[in-house]
Design a binder for this molecule. Structure first.
Ligand code: TXA
Ligand code: MG
Length: 313
């Protein structure tokens, strides 16, 4: 059920959970200071209790009330990238609920770049919000996806199709050196430019240890997901397969062949929608053309990460 920004803020203040648009994916938002409301997020998503939530803020005073924000690195990054698709993991202040941080001594903060999300937070205060999908399903990039995972009567603020479509970069600033726990649209290169020092991209093993969410299988649809052996595998064209191309020229036009014509930003916007469509249409498999190289677009490393986590073994 579509609700206004005012109604969403009122629902959140009374302890309810609401779907909110951001520039990355839709979030499932609750008042970060209300333990019962935050518990509802875990129950609704069937999310494991050891997977901490990001707290969304709309100004820097809110950030300072939740975490240690005095470091030069934090100040520079917030100035350069907020509002935007960068989540910063910082030492937490004592008042942050253990439920949100899954008992960790750090809290993840993000200022989303969506006017409606910012307007709600201005009224309601900081919001704990994971992606608004049931655990194990792809993140939602449209209101319809949120309704599919919860119900038509579930309150959601309409914010259109998400601009980026892939979740934020998670950068840990609580250790000796900045480390990327989840790649996203804000790349290591962009962060290094702002900080003037090297940023580590954690190995998947280390990501799992330090960012509990990456431990869980990202999305296992009915359809199995594979890289194409070679783009010409279209020679063995099957109607029960969804083909995703970026570069290889093809002239066939069927509804199960999509071509992004080197537009990786567009692929980022569409990937989760395609995964969901494949399940709706009962496709048996999804074949994705391998990426040529990661320097062609800043979103490719993030796309690679998400696709790799959804591959069938
Ligand atoms: O783009 C996004 O980040 C979206 C929108 C709604 O903001 N949110 C999102 O939330 O993707 P979620 O819950 O699906 O993913 C949050 C990730 C998880 O991998 C979680 O483990 C990690 O952030 N995380 C949260 N708090 C953390 C902390 N204190 N230390 C390390 N990782 C943390
Ligand atoms: Mg998620």
């Amino acid at each position: 059920m579509i609700v206004s920004v005012q109604k969403a803020a009122a629902l959140i203040r009374s302890g309810d959970v609401v779907g909110l648009p951001t520039e990355t994916v839709y979030g499932l938002a609750a008042d970060a200071s209300n333990v019962l409301a935050v518990q509802k997020i875990f129950d609704l998503k069937q999310r494991p209790a050891d997977n901490p939530l990001i707290v969304h803020i709309s100004d820097l005073n809110q950030a300072a009330s939740l975490a240690e924000t005095d470091s030069e690195d934090f100040v520079r990054l917030a100035r350069a990238f907020w509002p935007g698709p960068l989540t910063l993991v910082l030492p937490k202040k004592p008042q942050v609920l253990d439920l949100i941080t899954a008992g960790l001594q750090t809290v993840a903060l993000r200022m989303p770049d969506h006017p409606k999300a910012l307007s709600v937070i201005d009224v309601s205060g900081p919001l704990a919000a994971p992606s608004a999908n049931r655990s194990g399903r792809p993140s939602p990039t449209r209101v319809k996806h949120v309704e599919d995972d919860f119900s038509k009567s579930f309150p959601v603020v309409e914010g259109g199709t998400c601009n980026i479509g892939i979740e934020s970069t998670v950068l840990d600033l609580s250790g000796d050196a900045p480390a990327i726990l989840r790649p996203g649209m804000v790349t290591a290169g962009k962060i290094e430019k702002v900080l003037g020092k090297e940023v580590r991209l954690e190995s998947s093993g280390e990501q799992k240890r330090r960012s509990p969410g990456t431990r869980y299988s990202h999305y296992k649809p009915e359809a199995s997901i594979h890289w194409m052996e070679s783009p010409e595998s279209l020679d063995q064209y099957r109607p029960d397969t969804l083909y995703i191309y970026h570069t290889f020229p093809i002239d066939k036009s069927y509804s199960n062949i999509v071509h992004f014509k080197n537009n990786y930003t567009e692929l980022g916007k569409s990937l989760y929608d395609l995964y969901r469509t494949a399940d709706k249409k009962n496709y048996r498999q999804i074949l994705i053309e391998p990426f040529p190289d990661t320097s062609q677009s800043p979103i490719i490393p993030a796309l690679l990460n998400r696709i790799q986590r959804s591959l069938s073994q």
